[in-house]
Design a protein around this ligand. Structure first.
Ligand SMILES: *Cc1c(COP(=O)(O)O)cnc(C)c1O
Length: 447
């Protein structure tokens, strides 16, 4: 009988984060100041982020030590298990081996506390009293609310309006951890009032919610802003996932041929994939890395590589990334965590250099795959994670066509226990597959 679970003990947990910038063949282009078009300096980020996080954002050091206080908090739910999806394999009648790293077994039910905890820690150490942030489906807001509670800080969350009403339990989770939650666009900020003036019916977007959270943060020295994905320091913190997985694949005496993860802004993809890419760069290992994105928000497969704002109002520096344009308002699909107009600078550069692949997936396809996974492996996946599962099924088909048996590893980034309405809509045939019209795409990119 084969082993199903690969578990690490607490004292095997990695003690450093991995910074891929040190090893990338082409370094990422610098973020630019929107006015001067010159690379931004650390002091321009100072109103938004804690000093230590800015240092990490700009760092080229290969390994960054995880402070003991953060390791202690990680131990509330880490190390996380690597699981062989043997029941799924049987159902698919495949001789491929499928493994998943499960990041759903923690206070917010997704990978996001891996960066929420360090972000709250560095801010609280610097005397910051409150963090503001955006959230899409609510996983990030929940993670930051929990992390702020751990360090005795206040937390203010702008939640994309569509999700706020679709997922009321997420709001209650955030409230339970002590956060205040507002539907975005709101009347609380100038940016929110601008968005509402141009479209009173707006369902909101991550880009808009980011503008609101930033605007609130820059008004006081005691408040800073926190982002749940996209930025280099966020991706850095998530590399704890892949570093654990490397140890666990060793325990399994196996190595992936294909690594799959969903991609919203890029942090859960980076978290699993980057530590493996290190072995591609330094040990010539060969495998494919595949990002699964929603067909309704396909920045990697249909977006353009260019400098764009990270938010809708234009408060952030200009970032070199694959983007659908910062005004793009994605349809209200259920995978709210993937509805971001751009992809992180690091993931974008790797895609541009042909080091990773990307596929876009329809939501009905995701829920079909997610349902099969639930029946076989017993975990109902988050809609975001179901994108990765749909892609894994496609990879199994591909292996069959190639007549090969492959080892496929994916990031089960979270559970879907707070997404039951989405599963219900799927079961009742209410979900629409929203593609992206060429016309809409052109218009968004032109703006
Ligand atoms: C937020 C989220 C994602 C997307 O993560 P990114 O880091 O933005 O790509 C994927 N899965 C789950 C469960 C999430 O909560």
């Amino acid at each position: 009988m084969s082993t199903k679970k690969f578990l690490l003990s607490e004292n095997q947990m990695p003690t450093h984060w991995y910074n891929i910038v040190a090893d990338m063949p082409n370094k990422p282009l610098p973020p630019l100041h929107p006015g001067t078009k010159q690379p931004i300096s650390a002091d321009m980020l100072q109103p938004l982020f804690a000093d230590e996080l800015i240092k990490q954002e700009l760092s080229t050091e290969k390994y960054i030590e995880i402070p003991e206080e953060i390791q202690d908090k990680y131990k509330l739910y880490r190390p996380s298990p690597l699981i062989r999806a043997s029941e799924l394999e049987k159902a698919l009648k495949t001789d491929c081996k499928i493994y998943f790293k499960y990041e759903g077994g923690n206070p917010s039910g997704s990978h996001k506390p891996n960066t929420a905890i360090p972000q709250a820690y560095y801010n609280s150490k610097q005397g910051i009293k409150k963090l503001t942030t955006e959230t899409g489906a609510g996983q990030w807001g929940t993670a930051l609310a929990f992390a702020c509670a751990q360090f005795g800080m206040e937390c203010e969350v702008y939640m994309v309006k569509g999700s706020y009403y679709q997922k009321p339990y997420r709001k209650i989770m955030m409230n339970t951890f002590g956060a205040s939650v507002y539907p975005s666009p709101s009347e609380r900020t100038q940016a929110g009032r601008n968005f509402l003036a141009s479209n009173p019916e707006s369902n909101g977007s991550l880009g808009m919610a980011i503008s609101e959270a930033i605007e609130m943060a820059v008004q006081s020295d005691e408040i800073k802003y926190s982002l749940g994905s996209v930025l280099n320091h966020v991706l850095l913190h998530q590399t704890i996932i892949g570093q654990e997985t490397k140890l666990q694949m060793e325990m399994a005496e196996d190595y992936p041929d294909v690594i799959v993860a969903p991609l919203g802004g890029g942090s859960c993809f980076a978290g699993l994939v980057f530590p493996f890419l290190e072995e591609k760069f330094t040990k010539n290992k060969s495998f494919r890395c595949v990002a699964a994105e929603p067909a309704s928000c396909p920045k990697l497969t249909q977006g353009k590589f260019m400098y764009d704002f990270g938010d809708t109002e234009g408060y952030t520096p200009l970032l070199p990334m694959y983007t659908l344009g910062h005004n793009f308002e994605p349809a209200s699909i259920h995978a709210g965590g993937l509805r971001y107009h751009g992809a992180s600078v690091l993931c974008s550069q790797l895609l541009k250099d042909g080091l990773i692949d990307a596929y876009a997936i329809n939501q009905n396809n995701c829920f079909k795959a997610g349902t099969l996974f639930a029946k076989t492996e017993g975990i109902i996946p988050a809609p975001e994670s179901a994108h990765a599962i749909a892609q894994v099924l496609a990879e199994v088909e591909r292996a069959r066509e190639e007549g090969r048996s492959k080892t496929i590893l994916f990031n089960l980034s979270g559970h879907g226990f707070v997404d039951m309405m989405a599963y219900s809509d799927y079961q009742e045939g209410k979900l629409q597959d929203v593609g992206l019209m060429r016309k809409v795409l052109k218009k968004a990119l032109r703006k």
